[in-house]
Design a protein around this ligand. Sequence first.
Ligand SMILES: Cc1cc2nc3c(=O)[nH]c(=O)nc-3n(C[C@H](O)[C@H](O)[C@H](O)COP(=O)(O)O)c2cc1C
Length: 196
Amino acid sequence: MVLTKRLDKVRAVAAIELNISCPNIKDAKLVSQDARATYSLVKRVRKFTQKTLITKLSANVTDITEIALAAQKAGSDAISLINTLTAMRIDVRSRRPMLAAVIGGLSGPAIRPIAVRMVWEVYQKVKIPLIGMGGIIDTFSALEFLIAGASAIAVGTANFINPRVSIEIIEGIRRYLLEHRIGSVNKLIGSLRCQT
Ligand SMILES: Cc1cc2nc3c(=O)[nH]c(=O)nc-3n(C[C@H](O)[C@H](O)[C@H](O)COP(=O)(O)O)c2cc1C
């Protein structure tokens, strides 16, 4: 609340993202794993800022749409999804966990199908815009998120491999639109063709 109040006064800050889904906390349930807690936190933060408020959700839930609806009801302007999925690896020679905290967040291409599925599910339930992320590494993977219903995308892990990836994705989306004679990227958002 204190931070939001302070950031609200900073002109250079366009939006505030509430990360209620970081998996790197000890022995506690995430706010974004509980619809009521999500509602109550977003509602409280909403009172302290007029700036665009984005709520970042966790994929470590049974039904992400419940949490998304709670964030929307509490006044969030947009939703970003997904944060990392909890995972672990074991070094079989030493039988030790590969991560110091034993369990950590998994990101990158392995989580993309889960992220795309969740964007699609949330897109069908909420009215506020979605920022999709999770395993985007190139133009085609970015397009999946837009077609599933994201109005914007974010790239995390891929930057470690190719720092130019975001620029290449922007150029790639432009080429895709031209090749497919699509006048605006907005026409792609939620344009998934499902057979009924
Ligand atoms: C090294 C690392 C640090 C991260 N730190 C944050 C963070 O501080 N806040 C946050 O909301 N998400 C954080 N994330 C999650 C990413 O923003 C993103 O939601 C997730 O990694 C999935 O996208 P990606 O596969 O493109 O990385 C972090 C991810 C990684 C790999």
